[in-house]
Design a protein around this ligand. Sequence first.
Ligand code: HEM
Ligand code: HEM
Length: 206
Amino acid sequence: MLKCTLTGYPTVLMPRKSVQQIALMRDSSSTYGWTSILLHWITAIVVIALWFIGKSIFSVEPGAVDARRSLHVSVAAAAWLVILLRVVWRFREGHPRVRGQSLRIHRIAKAAHYAMLMALLVMLLSGPLMVWADGGNIDIFGLLSIPGPFGPSEALRSLAWYLHSKAAVVLFVLVLLHIGGALKHLMFHSDDTIVRMIWPGKVETS
Ligand code: HEM
Ligand code: HEM
């Protein structure tokens, strides 16, 4: 039976329009769908904001440190599931071919993307561990408070803090290279690298 290459569903069971609509939500071997595009831009904005709020925690006067830390934890915890979904979605969908590049550059770009996702995962796990190992609850804008599943532990707090701050540096460097690479494509290459992360391209259905 003929199956849609994107959804895996038998195409005879689905009207052509709905095959195309599902295809627009998912990635193909050469394009990003709406799910990837929305997840990319929503999490890009949140992660850049979190990075700067995180780095500013200790740059304010001592009395304001707690407020800055609370803001960081609230925003991070509120976005936690969306960022996790973004990481899981990429591993589930695979990676579309990188545009107009040799196989070597394609592999480097892909590896950099996966390294960013791994750094994000480390931050998502180490952040909550740090709060709970400190004996606190994860408080989301005063609306929801999530207690830790274990008691305070100085060793765990230090390990989680170490991982969180090192992953933050790795993420920062990779994001700078990533944005530089995207701008290079925009200015010096005549390909659709940026466009396909803004609007789904033409999709191929069987
Ligand atoms: C993926 C998103 C995240 C990013 C980009 C991020 C970024 C940062 C950065 C840059 C710092 C400062 C580290 C340093 O000064 O070396 C920080 C600190 C911190 N982050 Fe995150 N973070 C994220 C997720 C989370 C999550 C999910 C939580 C907890 C729910 C969290 C809790 C904290 C706390 C409590 C601190 C302060 C550490 C301390 O008091 O010593 N972060 N974060
Ligand atoms: C202004 C900032 C940004 C721009 C202009 C930008 C641009 C792009 C473009 C054009 C692509 C498609 C590349 C391709 O497959 O050929 C892409 C993919 C990707 N970007 Fe960004 N990006 C930005 C911020 C970020 C940030 C902050 C992160 C990390 C949190 C990030 C992580 C990724 C990842 C992991 C991919 C691979 C596809 C995916 O999983 O979504 N980007 N970006």
